[in-house]
Ligand binder design. Structure first.
Ligand code: ADP
Length: 747
C-alpha cells in the first residue's frame, strides 16, 4: 500500500514538475508567477508526504507544520497569479502587504508551535498496514485562525475568478471557469478533510490536475470560436464593404458598410443578380481576382468605388465561392482632383509670372535696343559705333536669357514646334561664329573651325533652333574654358536629298566628372556651383538644348575628361535644297551693311498707342526714314478720341496700359462709330509668352509684333500692309524678300 501511495504522489510531483518547467519556459510574467506557485505546491506535497511517512513524532510535527505553512504560501502565490491572470496586472502593494503580513504571522505561529504546541498536537497514531500516521488534534484557536487566513485568500481568489467570468466576453469565459472548477474541486476536498479531521489530506492528489489546468488555460488555450468570431467582427466593423457568395451564387454574408456604399436597401436578390451577371461570371472564370472601378450616384453624390473580387478555394482547391471587397475611394479621388487643380493653378501662376517678368524686362530692353539702333544709324564716329555695337551685344544676351526661360516653359508645356525653313549655310555659319567670336577673343581663347569643304549651299531645317543649340554649346565651351581653345567642327554626309550634319564643339576647359554628366540635363542645376559662381548662367541651357534636339529627332552626346576639356556633339538630318558645294574658307568679300529703309510712304498714316514715352519715341525714330506720318498717343482713351477725327492706315496698340488696356480699347473701337472701321490693328506687346499671339488674334487683332521691336520686322510688316491696301510708296518690293528672308505677314 505504501508503494502505491508513493507512486501516486510521485505522479502528482512529476506532473507538477512538468507544469513548472512548461510555465518557466514561457518567459513572461504570468509564466513566472505560475512557476513559483507550482514550485511551492511541490514542496508542499513533499512535506505532506514526509509527514505521512515519518515514524518520528518530532519530525511529524515539523513536517505537518511545514505543510500547513506552505499551504498558506501556496495560496499567496495563487492569489498573485489569479490577480495577474484576471486583471492583467500585478496586485497592488497594499493588497500584497496585507495578505503576506497575515501569512508571515501565521508562519511565525507555526514555528513557535514546535515549542508551545498552541496550534496542534498529536492525539495518537493510526496504524494501517505499513502506515503509522500521527493523528492531529487541530481544535485550537490558532489553528482556526490559520484556517481563517487560508479561507480569506481563497475567497479573494474565487472573487477574482467569478468577477472575471461575469465581466469578460463570452468568448473568453471558458478560460476562467475551468480554472475555477478545478480550484473548487481542490478546495472542496480540502474542506472535507479539514472538517472531518482526516489525517491523510487527499486533496493534494488534485494539485497536479489544478496545475495542469492553470498552465493549459492560462498559457496555451485559445477559444476555438474566437478566431471565427473575431473575423466576423472584423468584417462587420470593416471600413470597406464585404460580401461573400457561395459557389452557387447565394449571398451568404454582407456587412452594413457594403449596403451603405452601394446605397441600396437590403436586397440580397439584387446582389445575387449582380453576381450572376455574365460579365462578372466571365471575369471570375478567367481570373482568381479582379478589380473594377465604379462611379455610383448615392444620395445625390458621386461615389468612386473600387470593387475587388477574390475567388476562394478549400484545402483541396475546390471552388467554394468568392468574396467582394468594396472600397470607397471618393475621398482619395477628390484629393487627387484637388491636387490636379492646385497643380493647374500653380502652373497658371507660373505662366502668369513668366509672362509678367518677360513683359517687365522686354519693355525697357525695347527702349535700349531701339535707341541704340538709332545711334548705330546716325552716329558717324567709329568709337561711338563700337560702343553701340557692345550695347547691342549685351542686349542680345539679356534677350537670350529671357528667351531661355520662355523656351523652357514652352518646351515643358509641349508647345514648342519645329519650323523647317530654307537657309543659307554660309550665312548660318557666319552668324553662329559671329555671335560668339568676340566673347572668345575677350577671353584670349582660340576659336578654331573645322568645316567640311563640301557643305551644301542651301538646306531646309529649323535654322533658328539649330543655331540656338550650337550657340549654346559654343557659349558654354567659352564660359567654362579659361585658356586654350574652343573648336567647332561640322561634317556632312550626303545621301541624295538628305544631309546628315555632325556638329561637334570641343574645348580645353574645366571638364566634367563622369558622375556629373547625367546632372547636366537637370533644369536649373549647375555643377560645382561654388567654383563657377562667377560664371553667368541659369542651368537651363543644356536642358533646353537637349529638349530641342529631341524635338528634331537628335540627341546630345557628351565626352569629357575632368580638368582637361569636353566634347559636345549631335547629328542632325537636314534636307538639301541646293547641293552646290560651299567652302566656308573661300572668303567672300562682305561690306558692313549700311541701314537702308525698305520703302518710303509719306502718304501713309500710322498711329502708335503706348503709355511708355521712350517706347513711343523708339517707334517713331525707327520709322523716321520711311517718312510715314506717325501719331503717337499714350492711352486707349486718346486713341479713341483721335480715331473720331482722323483716318489711320494702320494702328499699333500696346497691351498693358494704365486705365484702358489694349484689348479693351480694341473692343470699344469695334463697338463705336469712327473713321478707322477698316484699319488693321496690330498688338505691339512685350508680353510675348507662348500662346499669347493666338489669344490676341482671337480678341480681334489683325497682327502681332513682339517687343523689343526688330527694325526690319517692323518695316516689313508695315510694307505688307502698304502692298495689301495699295498705299502709294517709293521702293522695290522685290528687294524686300532678299533683305528680309522669310518674314511673312503676321496674321
Ligand atoms: P549654365 O547656364 O549654368 O551654363 P547649362 O545648362 O548650359 O547651364 O550647363 C549646366 C552645367 O553644365 C553648367 O553649370 C556647367 O557646370 C556644366 N557645363 C556645361 N558645359 C560645360 C563645358 N563645356 N565644360 C564644363 N562644364 C560645362
Amino acid at each position: 500500500m505504501i508503494v502505491g501511495y508513493i507512486i501516486l504522489m510521485g505522479i502528482v510531483l512529476f506532473s507538477l514538475l512538468v507544469c513548472a518547467a512548461f510555465a518557466g519556459k514561457q518567459g513572461n510574467e504570468l509564466g513566472k508567477s505560475i512557476k513559483k506557485l507550482i514550485v511551492v505546491g511541490m514542496i508542499c506535497v513533499a512535506s505532506n508526504m514526509a509527514y505521512i511517512l515519518t515514524k518520528d513524532e518530532v519530525l511529524a510535527t515539523i513536517f505537518f507544520g511545514v505543510f500547513s505553512v506552505l499551504v498558506d504560501w501556496m495560496l499567496v502565490y495563487l492569489y498573485h497569479y489569479t490577480y495577474l491572470y484576471t486583471e492583467n496586472e500585478n496586485p497592488n502593494i497594499i493588497r500584497m502587504i496585507l495578505i503576506r503580513g497575515m501569512v508571515i504571522l501565521d508562519t511565525i505561529s507555526f514555528i513557535l508551535n514546535n515549542f508551545f504546541h498552541h496550534l496542534f498536537t498529536f492525539k495518537g497514531k493510526i496504524t494501517k498496514e505499513e502506515f503509522q500516521i500521527y493523528m492531529v488534534d487541530t481544535e485550537s484557536f490558532f489553528m482556526y485562525l490559520h484556517y481563517g487566513i487560508c479561507y480569506i485568500i481563497v475567497v479573494q481568489v474565487v472573487y477574482l475568478l467569478v468577477k472575471k467570468i461575469l465581466t469578460t466576453s463570452r468568448f473568453y469565459r471558458k478560460k476562467y471557469y475551468n480554472i475555477l472548477i478545478y480550484f473548487g474541486v481542490v478546495m472542496l476536498n480540502d474542506g472535507i478533510c479539514t472538517a472531518f479531521h482526516f489525517s491523510l489530506n487527499y486533496s493534494i492528489l488534485f494539485y497536479g490536475a489544478l496545475a495542469v489546468a492553470v498552465c493549459y488555460y492560462s498559457l496555451y488555450y485559445e477559444p476555438k470560436e474566437l478566431k471565427l468570431n473575431m473575423l466576423s467582427l472584423v468584417a462587420e466593423k470593416s471600413t470597406s464593404g464585404v460580401l461573400c457568395f457561395s459557389s452557387d451564387g447565394k449571398c451568404i454574408y454582407t456587412n452594413d458598410k457594403a449596403w451603405e456604399l452601394v446605397g441600396v436597401e437590403k436586397d440580397i436578390g439584387l446582389l445575387e443578380r449582380t453576381y450572376k451577371q455574365q460579365e462578372w461570371v466571365e471575369q471570375r472564370k478567367n481570373k482568381d481576382s479582379f478589380t473594377h472601378d465604379m462611379v455610383k450616384k448615392v444620395d445625390g453624390e458621386l461615389r468612386h468605388l473600387e470593387i475587388m473580387c477574390q475567388n476562394m478555394y478549400d484545402e483541396k482547391q475546390v471552388y467554394v465561392g468568392c468574396y467582394f471587397n468594396i472600397v470607397d475611394n471618393t475621398q482619395r479621388v477628390l484629393g487627387y482632383e484637388k491636387q490636379i487643380e492646385e497643380a493647374r493653378q500653380a502652373s497658371k501662376t507660373k505662366s502668369d509670372f513668366l509672362s509678367k517678368i518677360s513683359h517687365e524686362i522686354r519693355t525697357p530692353v525695347n527702349s535700349i535696343y531701339g535707341m541704340n539702333e538709332m545711334i548705330l544709324r546716325e552716329a558717324g564716329q567709329p568709337e561711338i559705333l563700337e560702343y553701340a555695337d557692345k550695347i547691342k551685344g549685351s542686349t542680345e544676351i539679356l534677350l537670350n536669357i529671357i528667351n531661355d526661360v520662355l523656351d523652357f516653359s514652352k518646351i515643358e508645356s509641349g508647345k514648342m514646334t519645329i519650323v523647317p525653313v530654307e537657309y543659307n549655310m554660309r550665312e548660318f555659319l557666319e552668324n553662329t561664329i559671329g555671335t560668339v567670336a568676340q566673347r572668345a577673343k575677350n577671353k584670349g581663347l582660340e576659336l578654331n573651325t573645322e568645316f567640311d569643304t563640301n557643305l551644301p549651299t542651301l538646306l531646309e531645317g529649323d535654322n533658328v533652333r539649330i543655331q540656338q543649340v550650337v550657340v549654346n554649346l559654343l557659349t558654354n565651351a567659352i564660359k567654362y574654358t579659361s585658356q586654350g581653345s574652343v573648336t567647332i567642327r561640322l561634317r556632312c554626309e550626303r545621301y541624295g536629298e538628305i544631309a546628315y550634319l555632325t556638329w561637334e564643339v570641343e574645348d580645353t576647359g574645366i571638364g566634367i566628372r563622369q558622375e556629373d554628366i547625367p546632372k547636366l540635363f537637370t533644369a536649373f542645376e549647375r555643377l560645382e556651383e561654388m567654383k563657377n559662381h562667377s560664371i553667368q548662367g541659369t542651368g537651363l541651357g543644356l536642358n533646353i538644348t537637349r529638349m530641342l534636339l529631341n524635338l528634331m529627332d537628335s540627341n546630345l552626346h557628351v565626352k569629357s575628361e575632368y580638368g582637361k576639356g569636353s566634347v559636345f556633339s549631335f547629328r542632325i538630318l537636314q534636307r538639301i535644297v541646293d547641293d552646290t558645294p560651299m567652302n566656308f574658307y573661300e572668303k567672300v568679300e562682305k561690306k558692313r551693311e549700311e541701314y537702308k529703309e525698305l520703302f518710303q510712304a509719306p502718304d501713309m498714316k500710322v498711329m502708335v498707342v503706348d503709355d511708355n514715352d521712350v517706347n513711343r519715341m523708339v517707334f517713331c525714330q525707327l520709322l523716321k526714314r520711311t517718312k510715314i506720318q506717325i501719331e503717337a498717343v499714350d492711352s486707349g482713351e486718346k486713341c479713341l478720341e483721335s480715331i473720331q477725327k482722323e483716318h489711320y492706315d494702320l494702328i499699333f496698340m500696346d497691351y498693358m496700359m494704365p486705365g484702358m488696356d489694349g484689348v479693351e480699347t480694341l473692343h470699344l473701337m469695334q463697338n463705336t462709330e469712327h473713321q478707322c472701321k477698316n484699319t488693321p490693328v496690330i498688338m505691339l506687346t512685350a508680353n510675348a509668352l507662348v500662346g499669347n499671339k493666338d489669344i490676341y488674334l482671337k480678341e480681334g487683332f489683325d497682327g502681332f509684333l513682339a517687343k523689343p521691336i526688330r527694325p526690319e520686322e517692323l518695316e516689313s510688316m508695315i510694307f505688307d500692309y502698304i502692298l495689301q491696301q495699295g498705299i502709294p510708296y517709293i521702293g522695290n518690293p522685290c528687294t524686300r524678300a532678299d533683305s528680309l528672308g522669310n518674314h511673312k505677314i503676321c496674321k
